[in-house]
Write a protein that binds this ligand. Structure first.
Ligand code: SAJ
Length: 448
């Protein structure tokens, strides 16, 4: 199938890169989004996403006139295909809320030309294809072809991964599969593999659930190491020398819009059909409980050290992982809120984001640390890689500074003059070990 004009619905993390890549391949692209201010920025060549090469690709696509951002649905008129990249559904009352998706599908159905194609990139709960077919029927568009090509790109490496990764095309007709492949071949060089719509739904969810479960395993091993007085990071390094072992990094928790939600789609799908997927659920619980666990340990150590008066904690890093500016579902949020609720002064510094989750924003790392009783390094941004414990200590001006390191970055340095608490490292006070019995982990409920 030949594509002259394509609509990309949703101009966020996935929709925007795809729209500009397609436009630069010579196709006329309408990038539709409901967010008017976002569209106005895009028209000026400005993007909020800090992704390598994206800015240049956007500028080029605008200058050639092939890419047209719009908040008006009518601008989608005359498209041969629509790619849907709206936010993944959220849960409400244990069921996925598909309203964004429904709106996008109905919009596409009104503007895609006869016998055209709709491709969904957004993550779907298993069994969505039936619902999509139904919406198309209601719109009297049973002529349209439909395919599911779940995105697999890693934020921080979006362009590289969108163009290079293997793509799965899920479609229940050969025609739709071929049309989707023709469209995707215009901007990707990775392999393309065909399967059924439902298999593609499951594959997407399995990928993120797999990662979540694996990280939960590392987080659990790290907690055991803390109590056994063993260094998790050394255990990880040594175990990973086994040819068939690959432990992921432990940390404060797991964040971002994908791993925090996708495993639950899989969990609910199993549960609805009468099987309770315990491991997937417990992995979510372990990862979700991290911020509370470590906040409690830090708080308890503060009590033991006897920090009197109003306490001040400096939080370094609020994004959901290192090297990005995205703070969605960041574990830092729960950590910060714990201390705000306990009445601490929380001062936040992140070189990549202005978000503070209710804390006060510091303009520099020095300003954040100065006068703090505790410094919590939560995210391993490249900008924090050269931090030195001795400098942190002198900037704080405190004799008994508590230094919490969720990243493992500082673990090899001399800890003189600070009380160092690190994820996966022996817990410094015997009393803290008793906490394990007092507070078993509670994650998804958000209870402390
Ligand atoms: N994390 C760890 N330890 C690790 C790696 C990550 O604790 O060893 C944490 C991160 O700090 C972060 C969370 O996990 O809080 C998620 O980060 P990530 O880099 O693992 O993944 P995302 O959420 O940025 O992107 C994932 C990717 N999925 C997989 O790798 C299976 C990406 O390919 C998907 O396209 C994306 O989800 C998505 O949109 O679904």
């Amino acid at each position: 199938m030949r594509f002259r004009r394509v609509g990309v619905i949703g101009q966020g993390y996935i929709g925007l890169p795809i729209a500009v890549l397609l436009a630069n391949s010579g196709v006329e692209v309408v990038g539709y989004d409901v967010d008017r201010s976002l569209v106005e920025e895009l028209r000026k060549g400005i993007t909020r996403l800090n992704e390598r090469d994206l800015k240049d690709l956007l500028k080029k696509a605008i200058s050639t006139g092939k890419y047209r951002p719009s908040y008006k649905k009518e601008d989608l008129m005359g498209i041969d295909a629509a790619i849907i990249a709206v936010p993944t559904p959220k849960f409400s009352d244990g069921n996925p809320d598909l309203s964004f998706l429904e709106d996008a599908i109905r919009t596409a159905a009104r503007y895609v030309g006869k016998n055209g194609l709709i491709v969904v990139e957004s993550t779907l709960p298993p069994g969505s294809s039936g619902m999509i077919m139904n919406w198309l029927k209601q719109e009297e568009r049973s002529d349209l072809m439909i395919a599911y090509c779940p995105e697999r790109a890693l934020p921080g490496r979006l362009i590289e991964e969108i163009t290079g990764n293997t793509r799965i095309i899920g479609a229940d007709s050969l025609e739709a599969a071929r049309a989707a492949e023709d469209l995707y071949r215009l901007f990707i060089r990775g392999d393309i593999v065909h399967t059924s719509f439902r298999t593609a739904e499951v594959v997407k969810l399995v990928e993120n659930a797999y990662r979540d479960v694996n990280i939960a395993f590392s987080n659990e091993v790290a907690r055991i190491c803390e109590l056994l007085g063993v260094d998790f990071w050394e255990v990880m390094e040594l175990a990973n020398r086994h040819p068939r072992v690959n432990l992921l990094r432990a940390g404060l928790g797991v964040g971002g819009p994908c791993l925090t939600k996708d495993p639950l789609f899989l969990y609910h799908a199993g549960r609805k059909l009468g099987y309770e997927p315990l491991m997937i659920f417990e992995a979510r619980n372990v990862n979700d409980s991290g911020p509370y666990r470590y906040a409690r340990i830090v708080h308890e150590v503060m009590d033991l050290v006897g920090c009197n008066g109003r306490r001040r904690i400096a939080v370094l890093g609020v994004t959901y992982k290192e090297g990005v500016s995205d703070t969605r579902e960041s574990p830092s949020e729960k950590f910060i809120k714990f201390f705000l609720e306990k009445g601490y002064d929380v001062v936040v510094y992140d070189p990549r984001s202005d978000e503070t989750f209710g804390g006060a924003r510091a303009g520099s790392i020095e300003e954040a640390i100065s006068g703090s009783d505790c410094v919590a390094l939560l995210v391993g941004h490249p900008e924090f890689r050269d931090l030195e414990i001795s400098r942190i200590r002198s900037l704080s001006g405190k004799d008994n500074l508590i230094l919490f390191d969720a990243t493992g970055i500082l673990r090899h340095q001399d800890k003189k003059g600070v009380i160092y608490i690190g994820v996966g490292l022996p817990i410094p006070y015997p009393a803290i070990k008793r906490m394990e019995k007092i507070y078993p982990h509670k994650g998804l409920s958000g209870e402390v």
